[in-house]
Design a protein around this ligand. Structure first.
Ligand code: MLT
Length: 405
């Protein structure tokens, strides 16, 4: 008897950003005369920089000649890119990550959704709350949906660790021990970042409890403060407890190009001594045919001196927006967080409004789209996220409209 995967039926009808897109499309249809400004989904708006564009063109040209044509990419990534990543993102920062511990992929979203496959369905996960929805949704799809009751207490496969203004958006250790801990820093959605000493405590906790940390570093290029680690491998002991996920989307504008990578150190093992590196390699070999050559060449250009300079300029461009939004909202009396080490501004909704009510009000009255905090988890209720990924002009206009509310 054909039966759909019942785990999927436990998820909300659509993914958060699809729900928002539908609402916005309906609003636009009903109000064709209004110009909508989107500071909702964290999608970049500025063009890819010249050094990277040149590399993309050159890579396309390589495909036109017998000598340089490329077929299937190596499923774990081309050596030229893995070497550039290892040198620039790790060795230069004093982190001991070898080229063959880097798995190149088509992006951090796929990796953060797929990585749970190498763990048993019986594993319990812990997530910061609010949380990037992919972590929870992908675990629910994999069957980690149970709620248990031992008579005195109740717990579930998914442990939510509240991150609010009360704990400076850094989670406390949960009462029960998780097997897999998701940490995103700088954080999506709160825009806050963990200092090295706080992250070191989590690394120590994971090593002590035999847990693994899945560390999402997609926004590391936005770190501006000293003392905030760019990689979890800056913490001692991380090689035995952490997997790290990176993106080229937010630093180099690859949301439409697609490229990312994941690091699985060889020392990282489960309780029976099974190396997770081999499992992730096995999964890549079976389910992935390698990120395209053209994208990987573009990724390598990010690490050239020109690429690095241009990427820094792009990051600064967006961070100017973060400052514009943050300063303006503060001046209007909003409680505002983030926006210093991340391209997200996290604000408290005015007068205790529900997040979705604020979303509707902002769309209706100002034609500005943001993301309701409660869409990221229960502790996001009463908060709201704006991105810094707009153009300067749109960001200034959005801020002006919010002021007039
Ligand atoms: C977001 O808005 O949270 C981002 O688009 C997340 C992502 O990169 O998928």
């Amino acid at each position: 008897m054909l039966k759909a995967n019942q785990n999927y039926l436990k998820l909300p009808g659509s993914y958060l950003f699809s729900t928002i897109a539908k609402k916005v499309a309906a609003y636009k249809e009903a109000n064709p005369d209004r110009t909508v400004i989107s500071l909702g989904i964290g999608d970049v708006t500025q063009p890819i920089s010249p050094a990277i564009i040149k590399s993309l063109h050159d890579a396309v040209d390589d495909m036109s000649s017998k000598e340089t044509f490329k077929g299937y990419a190596p499923d774990l990534g081309y050596d030229f890119l893995r070497k550039a990543i290892s040198e620039n993102d790790y060795k230069k920062r004093g982190c001991d990550i070898a080229e063959d511990e880097i798995f190149v992929s088509d992006g951090a979203k796929s990796d953060s959704g797929n990585i749970q496959e190498i763990f048993s369905e019986s594993c319990k996960i812990a997530v910061c709350d609010p949380v990037y929805p992919v972590y929870v949704d992908s675990n629910v799809m994999a069957g980690r949906t149970g709620t248990y009751d031992n008579g005195t207490e109740q717990w579930s496969d998914v442990i939510y660790m509240p991150c609010t203004a009360d704990n400076d958006f850094v989670p406390d250790f949960p009462k029960e021990t998780p097997d897999i801990i998701y940490i995103c820093s700088p954080n999506n959605p709160t825009g806050t970042a963990m200092k090295k000493d706080a992250l070191q405590k989590w690394v120590d906790y994971a090593n002590e409890h035999g847990s693994v940390i899945i560390y999402d570093a997609a926004y590391e290029a936005y770190i501006s403060e000293e003392g905030v680690p760019h990689s979890i491998y800056e913490c001692s002991g991380a090689r035995t407890c952490a997997i790290e996920i990176h993106s080229f989307s937010k630093n180099a504008g690859f949301t439409g190009v697609r490229l990312g990578y994941t690091v699985v150190p060889k020392e990282l093992k489960d309780a029976d001594g099974v190396a997770l590196h081999g499992l992730w390699a096995r999964r890549h070999g079976t389910k992935f045919n390698g990120a395209p050559y053209i994208q990987q060449k573009a990724g390598a250009a990010v690490y050239t001196p020109e690429g690095q300079r241009e990427v820094k300029e792009l990051v600064s461009y967006y961070m100017e927006n973060a400052k514009t939004v943050k300063d303006a909202l503060k001046a209007q009396g909003y409680a505002v967080y983030g926006g210093v080490n991340a391209p997200y501004i996290w604000l408290r909704t005015p007068e205790g409004m529900k997040s979705w009510d604020f979303f509707d009000m902002l769309l209706e009255k100002a034609s500005v789209v943001g993301t309701p905090g409660s869409g990221f988890g229960p502790s996001g209720e009463g908060y709201f996220r704006l991105t810094a990924f707009g153009s300067h002009e749109n960001t200034a206009e959005a801020v002006r409209r919010i002021k007039e509310l």
